[in-house]
Structures are given as structure tokens and as C-alpha cells.
Design a protein around this ligand. Structure first.
Ligand SMILES: Cc1cc2nc3c(=O)[nH]c(=O)nc-3n(C[C@H](O)[C@H](O)[C@H](O)COP(=O)(O)OP(=O)(O)OC[C@H]3O[C@@H](n4cnc5c(N)ncnc54)[C@H](O)[C@@H]3O)c2cc1C
Ligand code: SF4
Ligand code: SF4
Length: 559
């Protein structure tokens, strides 16, 4: 028997350190870790001890004799990784934590943001006795995209917040919800009250297509649609016209797949999740029957991960459709796969597309149609509504660095559609008075130390983690290593006397916060919101019913 990692894996690597035979890879210190779709268990080395199961925060690990049909492909997905990266017998490296004997009791750090990167950074800091951490979040609820990005029908993934909830019982931790740095507090004020500030503010903006018609009514960023259905207070009032029969999503990453799935899922199923009530009501009235997902390159280069693609093929009363001609691989992709130059997940991706293309549609009520090697040319419509998307067929050419680039050909086509969602990536923005790289949309840094662009020297006391540090890619657990790397640099600087002691104490900072925003909510206040939402969900057979406006949240906090 072997254990198998399945769809919910969020790459946080908690399982790696508990495995007695070192058979879960890539580990955070191995090169493929930062780009891997998930972690994998080597079936030939696993000794079935089940230790990893207890370490996993999202219940992603199963014994192979407990896999249902939907999970069976993960047997091959796990094993395939070891075709390229076999474990040599006797090479298991025992990991030791490099604990340093140092007095950290005076160290005070402000963490800006409360998403995975901020939360992992806080946990990492608080593992050192005596450290004080103040976390500032502009919204009245913590955890960033875990609440406002991760799809509502992925409750297992959201369970990772249980790990972050433990922050509430750390004596050195204070949470300040409803405090926006750059609005309620300045960067200088934060730095004056702390040895260091870590910016983990995420990348909330979207990338634009740059084609005519992009701003017509009915053409939106997927980021907005996601925030709307997840009940983000800034997006509650958005309106999406779902009266058409076909929607097109430009881009085929996991966010595009989330949106496609939400658009075709039976609203009775969505009703069981924590999706915002206003979105469930709108989706109940939706006429959308077909969602076209457009990728500019071929199936082997699709941006989605295999687990998320597989999940679509298991949706009730939904056909996943691929034209067999589009699933055919080009000569460059075939050569790369056959030479073993690419990850095994690329081969599996191509095989899955081919398998779906060869499957007869069942005549289900709804369809998701994957189209490859196509790019948008123009969003078509009038001042009232989008009516379609003109696309061009691409060819793949090998670039100078060996990567495959999509080049537009001369064959165009109009896809009729009443809703166009662009899902070609998130983007960081400059919100506070710290250096910002406008081209890459990140805070310039060297392994987490923020750099002054004109000199390339570290800005004393200023650090960054998560999507705003490295760009908007990677799953929840990727931010764990990212945050740990940043904290390691910060601790190093503290130990070497490079951080300036705060000018005034924690009480002074707390007084300033209360003065700037009397409605600030602390961890106890968040706990009341959390419990009220869960209780409201319990009474309706749902995981939770989200409060989506500031006034209702404050009413619960004050009650
Ligand atoms: C639609 C979507 C679905 C996803 N689904 C999954 C999934 O199923 N599984 C998975 O593992 N990963 C998923 N991810 C990826 C995962 O969400 C990210 O890796 C992770 O959230 C990035 O963490 P972060 O802390 O850098 O940013 P965020 O999670 O964006 O957190 C940033 C926080 O900073 C706050 N903030 C911003 N500016 C300020 C300011 N000036 N002052 C105070 N606070 C501020 C924001 O309000 C936010 O709470 C998904 C991502 C998206 C977009
Ligand atoms: S079951 Fe035990 S041996 Fe197998 S992967 Fe998990 S921890 Fe490692
Ligand atoms: S979620 Fe974390 S602990 Fe669970 S399988 Fe993935 S990497 Fe391992």
C-alpha cells in the first residue's frame, strides 16, 4: 500500500518533515518546489505509516485503498513525479531545525496584510519566545484570498485557516482589522513603533487584455467576479449580466477554471457553501449553459494544474469538451515531452486533454469547452452589451530560451457570447510609501529584504512576503516557505544589530490606531464575526453564511 496526495494539496509542506523515509517531494529546499503543482508521495518508498495524514491541514492525503474514482488519477500523478526525480535508496536527509540561542524578547515587528504570507510570517516570528507581532489588515476579516479568492466549493482548502487561528492564542500577537496602512497609518509611523515592517499585501489588481472593446458592458476582470461571489465588501454592489447562454473566459489558469466551474455548478450545490448570498441568488437566475475557456498556447502549456482540470471532469451534469484537433500536440511539445526536459505533470496535462477530447459528450445540461492556441483580438458589442469575442488562431514557435511562444496566425473567428471575463493574472500595486517595481508589479527585494531601486541597497527594517514579493503565482503553502525566507533575513538583521529599536511602545501604537479608526476590530472581535457566520450557516445547512458589509460585521462585534 502507499499513501497518495490528492486534489486539495496547497503545497504547505507540513507533511514533508514528518515523513520518516523522506518520500514526499519536492521539499521546500529542492529547486522544483516553487513551481510545482502539488507535492507527491513516492509509492515505492512510502512505508504506510500515515504520519503525513495527521500533519496535513487540508486532508489531502489518502491511502491508495481509499481512493474513489475521482481520486484514482492521483496514483499516477504522484508516481509520475519520481520518473524524473527518482529517490536513490539511502539518500534520505534528516532535516534539523537550525534553532539559534538568542534573546528575541525585545523584537517588535509590524506585519501588513493578513493573508497566507502575513499569517505564515507571524507564526514564524512568534515561534521565537518573546517576539511581539502587530498585524494590520484593511478589511474587517483576516486571511486575504483564502476568504476572497479560494472558490467556495473548495471548503477543504479553506481549512488551512485553522493553522492561522492559533495566532489568536499567542501572547505576543495583536490583530488590528479595519486598519489600512497608507490610509490610517503611514509607513513611517509603523516603522517608528517597530524594529521592522513586513509588507504582505498581496496582488489584488488584474492584468488587462489590451484589445478594443475591453471595457464594454459585459466584459469584466475575473478578479472582480471572484471577489463578488466570495462576498468581498468592496465588490458586493457589482452586477454581472448572466442572462446570456454563453460566457467566454480568456486565460486558462486555475482562477479561470474556478470561474468556469462556478458558472456551471448547480446553485443547489453552491447553496451548501459559503458563497455570498447575493451571488447564489444571481446564479439561480443565470441562463449560462456553455463556458468557453481560451488558452493562447497548446494543451501541454495550459496554465491550469492537473488536479483542478480533473475536478471539472467530475462535475455533475456538465460535459467537458475539447475538439480532438485542438488536443493534438505540436512537434515542439512532443519533442520536449519525449526528451524528458519538462516536468512529468506536463505530459499528464497533454494526456488528460487528449483523453477528454476522445470522450463522447453525454448531452449534459451544461458544457465547459476548452480551446487552445487562440488569443482575443476584439471584444465585440455595443454600448449596451457584449455580443462576442473575436479570436485569432496561434502557432507555437520556440523562443530563444527554448520556451514555446504563441504567435498569431491569420485565421480569425467570432465566438458569440454575452459575458467575457479576462483571467490572465493578478497584479500588485503600489499602495504605501515603500519602493515599487511598476513593470513587475512587485516590491523590489532580495529574498524578502526590500531594496532601494536607485542604489540596490536594502532599506533598513523593511521586508516583504507573498504575492507582492514574488508576483501573483503559487498556492497557499508556497507562501509558507516564502514568508519563512523573509523572516530568516529579518532575524539575521536583528541578531546583527541592523534594526533600529522602536521610539515608543506598543501602547502608543495602539492609541494611535484607535484614534485613526475607532472601529478597529481585534482578534476577539473577529472571533465573534467568525462564530456568527458559522452559526448562521449551521441553521441553514451551510458551512457558513458570510457577512458581506461593514455595518453588519461591526454590529456583531459590538453585540
Ligand atoms: C481566485 C483565486 C483562487 C485561489 N485558489 C487557491 C486554492 O484553491 N488553493 C491554494 O492553495 N491557493 C489558491 N489561490 C492562491 C492563494 O490564494 C495565494 O497564494 C495567497 O492568497 C497569496 O497570499 P498573500 O498573503 O501574498 O496575499 P493575499 O491573500 O491577497 O493577502 C493580502 C492581504 O493584505 C491586505 N492588504 C492589502 N493592502 C493592505 C494595506 N495597505 N493595509 C492593510 N492590509 C492590506 C488585503 O486585504 C489581504 O487581506 C487562489 C488565488 C486566487 C486569486
Ligand atoms: S504514509 Fe508515512 S511513509 Fe508514506 S508518505 Fe506518509 S509519512 Fe511518508
Ligand atoms: S497540503 Fe501540505 S501537508 Fe497536505 S499534502 Fe499538500 S504539502 Fe502535504
Amino acid at each position: 500500500m502507499t499513501y497518495v496526495i490528492t486534489q486539495a494539496c496547497c503545497n504547505d509542506a507540513s507533511c514533508v518533515s514528518v515523513c520518516p523515509v523522506d518520500c514526499i517531494h519536492p521539499t521546500p529546499d529542492e529547486a522544483p518546489f516553487m513551481r510545482t503543482e502539488m507535492l507527491y508521495i513516492d509509492p515505492d518508498t512510502c512505508i504506510d505509516c500515515s504520519q503525513c495524514v495527521y500533519a496535513c491541514p487540508v486532508d489531502a492525503i489518502r491511502p491508495d485503498d481509499d481512493l474513489d474514482d475521482a481520486m484514482m488519477p492521483f496514483l499516477e500523478i504522484n508516481a509520475a513525479y519520481y520518473e524524473k526525480y527518482p529517490i536513490e535508496p539511502g539518500t534520505a536527509v534528516p532535516r534539523r531545525s537550525a534553532k539559534r540561542d538568542f534573546d528575541y524578547s525585545s523584537l517588535r515587528v509590524a506585519v501588513v496584510g493578513s493573508g497566507p504570507a502575513a499569517s505564515y510570517a507571524a507564526l514564524e516570528l512568534l515561534a521565537r519566545p518573546g517576539v511581539q507581532v502587530d498585524m494590520f489588515e484593511r478589511l474587517l476579516t483576516p486571511y486575504g484570498l483564502i476568504r476572497f479568492g479560494v472558490a467556495p466549493d473548495h471548503p477543504g482548502t479553506k481549512a488551512v485557516t485553522d493553522v492561522f487561528q492559533s495566532l489568536g492564542s499567542e501572547p505576543g500577537f495583536r490583530l488590528h482589522l479595519g486598519v489600512e496602512v497608507g490610509k490610517h497609518l503611514s509607513h513611517e509611523e509603523l516603522l517608528a513603533h517597530n524594529h521592522a515592517v513586513i509588507y504582505a499585501v498581496g496582488a489584488p489588481g488584474d492584468r488587462r487584455l489590451g484589445v478594443p472593446g475591453e471595457d464594454l458592458p459585459g466584459s469584466h476582470a475575473a478578479t472582480e467576479f471572484v471577489a463578488w461571489y466570495n462576498g468581498h465588501p468592496d465588490f458586493v454592489d457589482r452586477r454581472f449580466d448572466l442572462s446570456c447562454e454563453r460566457a467566454v473566459i480568456v486565460g486558462n489558469g486555475n482562477v479561470a477554471l474556478d470561474v468556469a466551474r462556478i458558472l456551471v455548478t448547480d446553485p443547489d450545490e453552491l447553496e451548501k457553501t459559503d458563497m455570498a448570498d447575493h451571488a447564489i441568488a444571481a446564479l439561480r437566475k443565470s441562463n449560462i449553459r456553455e463556458v468557453v475557456v481560451l488558452g493562447r498556447r497548446g494543451p501541454a502549456q495550459a496554465a491550469y494544474t492537473n488536479p483542478e482540470f480533473l475536478a471539472l471532469t467530475n462535475l455533475a451534469d456538465v460535459d467537458v469538451v475539447i475538439d480532438p484537433a485542438e488536443a493534438e500536440l505540436d512537434e515542439h511539445s512532443i519533442r520536449l515531452i519525449e526528451s524528458g526536459a519538462v516536468e512529468p505533470s506536463v505530459r499528464i496535462k497533454a494526456e488528460l486533454a487528449e483523453r477528454v477530447a476522445g470522450t463522447q459528450a453525454t448531452g449534459a445540461a451544461k458544457r465547459i469547452v476548452f480551446r487552445y492556441l487562440e488569443s482575443p483580438v476584439e471584444v465585440v458589442g455595443d454600448e449596451q452589451q457584449v455580443t462576442g469575442l473575436t479570436i485569432v488562431r496561434n502557432v507555437l514557435n520556440e523562443g530563444p530560451d527554448g520556451s514555446l511562444l504563441a504567435t498569431p496566425g491569420d485565421q480569425t473567428e467570432l465566438i458569440e457570447a454575452g459575458l467575457v471575463l479576462r483571467s490572465i493574472g493578478y497584479r500588485g500595486s503600489s499602495t504605501v510609501d515603500v519602493p515599487f517595481d511598476e513593470v513587475r508589479g512587485v516590491i523590489p527585494n532580495d529574498e524578502g529584504r526590500v531594496l532601494e531601486p536607485s542604489t540596490g541597497a536594502p532599506v533598513p527594517g523593511v521586508y516583504t512576503a507573498g504575492w507582492i514579493k514574488r508576483g501573483p503565482s503559487g498556492v497557499i503553502g508556497t507562501n509558507k516557505k516564502c514568508a519563512a525566507d523573509t523572516v530568516e533575513r529579518l532575524i539575521d538583521d536583528f541578531e546583527n544589530g541592523k534594526l533600529t529599536a522602536p521610539k515608543s511602545g506598543a501602547h502608543e501604537l495602539e492609541r494611535l490606531v484607535a484614534e485613526r479608526n475607532p472601529d478597529v476590530v481585534d482578534f476577539a472581535g473577529w472571533t465573534r464575526i467568525d462564530q456568527a457566520e458559522i452559526a448562521s450557516g449551521d441553521s441553514r445547512g451551510r458551512t457558513r453564511v458570510k457577512l458581506v458589509d461593514v455595518e453588519s460585521m461591526l454590529a456583531v462585534v459590538r453585540s
